[in-house]
Design a protein around this ligand. Structure first.
Ligand SMILES: Nc1ncnc2c1ncn2[C@@H]1O[C@H](COP(=O)(O)OP(=O)(O)O)[C@@H](O)[C@H]1O
Ligand SMILES: [Mg+2]
Length: 285
């Protein structure tokens, strides 16, 4: 078994619209801002979802991104050139690679992508890689899981998301066997959580199934949607909002708003800390 040069985190589940991209992008951004190392951490982000949502959340346009800065070369076993966005080395999606991705067969994508990933890691020497994925059972979802060292599973408080989380874990272990690698499940990130019995019941089931959930849940918050519409990682968006509000010091409403623009960002920081602690201690769920 070949040991990856650095931890490769894949954010995946078998369900769409459950916060994969939100978790992946903000986890990468939290790592890049973190002070876990004496120097800034080199974080590489790869958008393997043909929708290009993560590319957009890093303020890149999936319609105009240069081919060599996209995942396209990696899907052919070649080195990609990341663009630095918000301190993260981003390898995004462009229209051409999207089209190509749909046409390739799973096994080709899996083998070529692993070669392209190894070559890109060797060329750019990241400390950590984060991969965003489409729902698992697609060629690129499989390629991501077949290359991963760690799996992070976002889960909304619904039964469908719970089932999707279980499927993702099964699929990861199948691909691990196939590719002769071990994928450690870091755990489940509860996202879009709400108050109430239904939320608590399904999250308890997730805890029974997967072990401790990853620290604080990411509650349903409008600011996450606002950041998505603008196309920025959450904390970068919050900071841009605070900078505007700071021009209006002393205003009571402004100070209230400043508080609002810091709460969810801190939750991502907490989750990031916990995941890193687990990885450094070699633990998983
Ligand atoms: N905690 C949250 N509060 C409010 N909206 C959220 C939250 N998490 C995610 N969203 C929104 O839900 C939608 C789906 O999230 P996304 O991360 O794109 O899911 P996926 O990648 O699994 O398809 C997006 O519009 C995103 O902005
Ligand atoms: Mg997504």
């Amino acid at each position: 078994m070949v040991k990856p040069a650095c931890p490769i985190f894949v954010v995946s589940t078998a369900k769409g619209g459950v916060g994969k991209t939100t978790v992946a992008v903000n986890f990468a951004h939290a790592l890049a801002r973190s002070t876990f190392m004496e120097r800034p951490m080199r974080v590489m982000f790869i958008d393997l979802d043909a929708q290009g949502n993560a590319t957009n959340l890093f303020s890149l346009d999936h319609e105009t991104l240069e081919e060599h800065c996209s995942v396209h070369p990696m899907l052919e076993g070649r080195v990609a050139t990341p663009k630095e966005q918000y301190g993260v080395l981003v390898i995004g999606h462009n229209e051409e690679s999207m089209g190509k991705l749909q046409l390739l067969a799973s096994t080709t994508v899996l083998v070529d992508f692993r070669r392209g990933l190894a070559a890109t890691i060797a060329a750019h020497e990241p400390d950590v890689v984060i991969i965003d994925t489409p729902p698992t059972q697609t060629p690129s979802g499989g390629a991501a899981l077949g290359s991963a060292s760690h799996l992070i599973i976002p889960m909304t408080p619904t039964r469908h998301a719970f089932n999707g989380a279980k499927k993702a874990r099964e699929y990861a272990s199948m691909l691990g066997e196939l590719m002769n690698t071990t994928v450690t499940v870091c755990g489940v990130v509860p996202i879009m959580t709400m108050r109430g019995k239904a939320n608590d019941e399904i999250m308890q089931r997730a805890q029974d199934e997967f072990g401790p959930l990853l620290t604080s849940a990411i509650p349903m918050r409008i600011v996450i949607k606002e950041a998505e519409v603008v196309g920025m990682p959450l904390v970068a968006y919050e900071e841009s909002q605070c900078a505007e509000l700071n021009q209006d010091e002393g205003n009571f409403l402004a100070s209230k708003k400043r508080q609002k623009y810091s709460e969810v960002g801190q939750v991502f920081d907490e989750i990031t800390k916990q995941i890193l602690k687990q990885v450094l201690n070699g633990q998983g769920a």
